[in-house]
Design a protein. Sequence first.
Length: 88
Amino acid sequence: MIQLTRLNNTRLAVNSDLIKYVEEAPDTVITLLNGEKLVVRETTEQVIERVRDFRRSVLMAGSGAASVPAEGSAAGAVSTGAKGPARG
């Protein structure tokens, strides 16, 4: 799960496996697989990076490696509406 911030500054944790796509319009809107939309303060890039960090930590924990995520790895991805069609 990744932690994000709603526009009213309340924190929420989102199951990143349920994210269908992320877009900025101009606020960042996350659409989940069930069609629910979440508006958050983080940018699209920040959401993508949190998903990558989370997935990297899961992969590293499963392999017995240290749980500190490495920078610059492409261990996970989220499709964005701003960069092309969503794959679902």
